[in-house]
Design a protein around this ligand. Sequence first.
Ligand code: SF4
Length: 536
Amino acid sequence: MLFVDETYQDPSSGECRLQIQLYQRVQSLKFVGCSANSKQVKWLVCPEVVLTSDRTLMSNYHRNEFLGFGTCAPPNFVPDWFYSFLFFPPLKSYRGVPMEAPYGLRKIEAQLLKEGFGVVTVSPDRLSDFSAEAKIIGIHTMDPFGIGPASSTLAAILKKEPFLAQHFSALLKSPAVRKAKKNGAKIVVGGPGAWQFRHRPMFAEAHGIDCVVEGEAEAIVGSLFRSILKGEPVPKHIQIEEADAPAIDGIPGIVKPSVNGLVEIGRGCCRGCAFCNVTLRPLRWYPFEKMLREMKVNRDGGINNCCLHAEDVMLYGSKNTLPNEAKLLRLHELVMKNTLSISWSHCSLAAVASSPKLIAGVSDIVQGVQKWWGAEVGIETGSPEIAKKIMPAKAHPFRAEEWPDVVRSGMGLMHDNMLIPACTLIVGLPQEREEDVIKTMELLDDLRSCRSLIVPLFFVPLGRLKDEDWFERAEMTELHKQLLFQCVEHDFRWMGSLIDLAFGGKWYVRFLKEFYKVFAGVAKRRARQAEIEVLQ
Ligand code: SF4
């Protein structure tokens, strides 16, 4: 049980009330009682559910999502404390309660509040302040074991455990979690990385995790937590089937700010790529009002950025692979009226390539306020044959055979309109032949002049390919190595100008920029050295 003392100085000035309002805004107080005298007001807080995630997720990455990729790297030539400051600094918090938190955690928090639970979302390094009385500790995770595509690639190359896996394991081993377990609390883990527990069956048992929830959990989290509170047995691993994914009306709006003002605009994807988990989920779009309410929550919490989140922002409001021009433009007008800056989580090259006028229209709206915006984009392969086999609808409305041209056209349009993509390529796809890798390398050559980052990822068996083998470092051919270095060269070609674009603004950010340039310079020298040794 935790007492929160607020010094009561002058009721007419409202000073105490302001402090309490701030506290209420950042966490849900389950108000049990208060004792007041002329000097003090005491609030009694008994959150039965405490939500958190590890340090690598409780960060706003200096308000630049691209820097979040840094959490996938293992320890390197920069001291760990300085690396974490550069790539995942901790969030500002008030008495252990962060002012913003990962969006997935905010959704679960909102659902639990709606169902009447006492819930608080806390910083992992202050978990001990809240865990003594907790009955359930909910932990959100993206990549708990560092076996997601980006982290497993870096771990395989650099042969060390990535930061995000280290921090996840450190959280579970922390004195706060151990003490809570001793007091009888149950540990529940969920989030986009929950699938990884199927590949580490002993980990949950060994680390005292009582239940892992995989999939969209809003519809079941309340009944699951009620069962736990009643002491009923619950399954060790719950997989929520796609058919049980909540409809839009069943997804609550966040009630506290999300990291970098992320706002979901839809769920699911209609393209059906065989290597992807998302593709199995139904396509649903949020109405404007629902998104505006979430933007207001972020703005009221002091977050004036907005990251629009969907698997393909270009397809907002569409029922197929053709963008809905009116809805997409209206969405951007509304966002730019309600926030100070925008970014996209993901978009598809095919939707951009199919709508040159539309992307120019969106760019006009965005550039009325900022110089550029970013998104994650999947190139995956330069081979039309591979595209036909495993992602036949990725190029739609174009034919799969036209995929390399779709990529060239989409990337050119993004360059012209100042949409900067962080692109992924998949290395070692099942059935990949030498000529497929060569076609990918030729495509990369053609993208030299497109302002972008291109990140090669080792194939990870997900989606309909979940029974295939993982691609391992030992399987890399000379061509694969050349492809990897081609990506590194592409990225370093653009790194300087991307850092300049990303870190304008405030004085401390401009100061920070110089550190990133030094980091990039050292990384470039080391990569070139490795390239010489490997290719000799
Ligand atoms: S387009 Fe992207 S989100 Fe959609 S199925 Fe393919 S990889 Fe998954």
